[in-house]
Design a protein around this ligand. Structure first.
Ligand code: HEC
Length: 210
């Protein structure tokens, strides 16, 4: 449960999310934890509509950087690869945003979640991250405005996440990174109203190095 307490402490912009996490699993709706953690929805579009103005893929920024080197973990096939030795603490930074383009507004708030889809339905565990890996912050929601050196001038959020492969982590495993760029105010209890959002999904592979 420690990981979940840390999620609550780290997410200051999404007050409702914090209170949801504090309440535990009693309310099965709203925000990234609704996927897998507080409910069995498969992805954000179970509730939200894909109606945001961020439609041009080249303008959308979804990147994962190795925090120590600043290098992108993106592979040529578009997936991301996080590799670490067993027991090693590895910190990566999740970058989400939009390049500036005339006529396309900046996102205001980005929200994301790392989840192993195979674990969503498993009600016996609150942990929906890749099996055998521990993580301090598998999801968040953040107001745009973090400056990222590799994306000068873009509207981005950047937040670190630390992972560690435990004894039982498989050599290779994969999970999803679910992302929404959003703007506007959401209406309480009505995920299709008020807020505009664009949904994206990426594959993140995890590898235990010898
Ligand atoms: C089970 C339904 C459900 C799912 C699944 C869900 N949400 Fe939501 N979400 C809501 C509702 C309802 C609201 C409106 C606010 C409220 O009722 O508290 C909301 C609001 C939001 C907001 C607005 C926050 C704010 O402060 O204005 C963001 C951002 C968001 N969701 C992102 C996500 C992302 C990203 C995912 C997927 C990883 C997701 N949601 C999955 C139901 C859901």
């Amino acid at each position: 449960m420690n990981a979940y307490r840390r999620i609550g402490a780290a997410i200051v912009e999404c007050a409702v999310l914090v209170s949801l996490v504090a309440l535990g699993v009693t309310r099965a709706s709203a925000y990234p934890p609704a996927v897998g953690v507080l409910g069995a929805s498969k992805n954000c579009l179970a509730c939200h509509v894909n109606n945001g103005p961020w439609k041009v893929e080249e303008d959308v920024i979804i990147d994962i950087l190795d925090k120590a080197t600043g290098r992108s973990l993106k592979q040529t096939d578009g997936t991301f690869l996080i590799a670490a030795r067993r027991g090693e603490l590895k910190t990566v930074t999740t970058i989400i945003g939009s390049r500036t383009r005339p006529g396309t507004p900046a996102p205001y708030r980005n929200a994301w979640l790392y989840v192993d889809p195979a674990r969503i339905a498993d009600s016996s565990s609150l942990n929906k991250f890749a099996p055998g890996w521990s993580v301090n912050l598998p999801m968040s929601c953040r107001v745009v405005g973090d400056v990222v050196e590799s994306y000068p001038g873009a509207h981005t959020t950047a937040l670190p996440m630390t992972v560690r492969a435990g004894e039982d982590a498989p050599r290779e495993t994969a999970m999803e990174l679910q992302v929404m760029l959003t703007r506007g105010e959401s209406v309480k209890g009505k995920p299709t109203q008020g807020m505009q959002g664009s949904y994206f999904r990426r594959t993140v592979r995890l590898r235990v190095e010898p």
